[in-house]
Design a protein around this ligand. Structure first.
Ligand SMILES: [Zn+2]
Length: 376
């Protein structure tokens, strides 16, 4: 087992503590402290630069707002944790993206009215690559920027859609652009941008990735997905069942099989249901050689949060193959009940370890996001 990638300082400290003991934890904490201090120094530099522009000008207003956002005056960070392990696989083809406040929140209005959840808006994504890692890495590096562009007002800020249908359209445009980017020049641009790509030139479009993306507003969660990476909402309140926010795109899901066959494709059973006997999922980013049977159009859910909602779990099928939605929520809840500051990071690390202990054959990536109203 190798710890291939861990996102966020708190997760790094928690995983280090769990895997290598107190010395590694102390080192991880020292690193996090150095990074925090460097961030503060950067903020002061930014403030000095802002003072150089004319007071009251549009630039000055924008710079002041950015400085206050950066300094945490306008937003309180939402707790989250992420962990990603290669597991029994030699290659690491998963990628994770955490982008807090990925669009400017104070400009979050729609047609002049304050948007629903016009405060905080964070982006989280899990991408499980197949064939190579370069499509998953491109999704990690680009998807939040493409979505921010789709939400952009053209000025300084973004309009968060009020209506679920508008969110669906924005996500569909974002996924279509992401798919076009990885397909451009036969996949050459995405392949050369990746440090770990190991593709033969003629196989670059035989590569793809799942994408499960969550945008967490103040009291709403928008999830868009292609493939079999999954989003689950853990709801508290006395044994409430987890709420699935995505439905895996398997080729033998009846509506997916019908879509594939009406496009002229076939679902062939070869170690499970596969599109043309090749790919074990019916939607993905990339996989140009299986279009149109494999679609990059996402399914989108827009869910209002309720008082008892506790956390959101995004994970690749390396977790879901061996851990049920219910068990995953139980683990997250147990970490929450321990009451420690970094419970999201502990939950993400623990879930990856549970998947490995249950002998998951795949890469395992998990993101846990705190959804409680009072605690972020
Ligand atoms: Zn590649």
């Amino acid at each position: 087992m190798s710890m291939a990638q861990v996102c966020c300082d708190s997760a790094a400290a928690a995983v280090a503590a769990a895997v290598a003991g107190p010395e590694a934890e102390a080192r991880a904490r020292a690193r996090a402290e150095r990074r925090r201090r460097a961030g503060e120094a950067g903020r002061w530099k930014h403030a000095a630069a802002a003072a150089a522009v004319a007071p009251g000008s549009a630039e000055a207003v924008a710079a002041t707002r950015k400085r206050r956002v950066d300094a945490g005056e306008l937003l309180v960070a939402r707790k989250h944790g992420a962990a990603s392990v290669a597991g029994r696989r030699r290659e690491m083809e998963d990628a994770v993206s955490v982008r807090e406040a990925f669009v400017a929140p104070s400009a979050a209005v729609d047609e002049g009215r304050p948007a629903v959840g016009s405060g905080r808006c964070d982006f989280y994504g899990v991408f499980d690559g197949h064939g190579c890692s370069h499509v998953a890495e491109a999704c990690r590096d680009r998807m939040h920027d493409l979505l921010a562009e789709e939400l952009s007002t053209g000025g300084d800020g973004a309009a968060l859609p009020r209506e679920p249908a508008a969110w669906t359209e924005a996500m569909e445009r974002c996924f279509a652009r992401m798919d076009a980017e990885v397909a451009s020049a036969g996949g050459r641009a995405a392949a050369t941008a990746s440090a770990s790509c190991r593709c033969d030139a003629h196989k670059r479009d035989h590569v793809g990735s799942t994408a499960v993306v969550a945008v967490v507003e103040e009291r709403r969660v928008v999830v868009a997905h292609c493939g079999d990476s999954r989003a689950v909402l853990c709801r508290g309140g006395g044994g409430a069942a987890p709420v699935p926010l995505s439905s895996d795109h398997k080729p033998d899901r009846p509506d997916e099989q019908e879509r594939i066959e009406s496009a002229g494709g076939r679902v062939i059973f070869w170690e499970g249901a596969r599109v043309l006997g090749v790919l074990a999922m019916s939607r993905a980013i990339g996989d140009g050689y299986l279009k149109p049977y494999v679609s990059s159009v996402p399914e989108v859910t827009v869910t209002d949060l309720v008082e008892d909602d506790e956390c959101l779990i995004l994970a690749s099928d390396g977790l879901w193959d061996v851990v049920s939605n219910e068990a995953a929520c139980e683990v997250a809840r147990a970490c929450l009940r321990r009451g420690r500051e970094k419970w999201c990071a502990e939950a993400a690390a623990l879930l990856t370890k549970l998947a490995l202990a249950r002998r998951s054959a795949d890469n395992v990536s998990v993101v846990v996001v705190d959804l409680r109203r009072k605690n972020h």
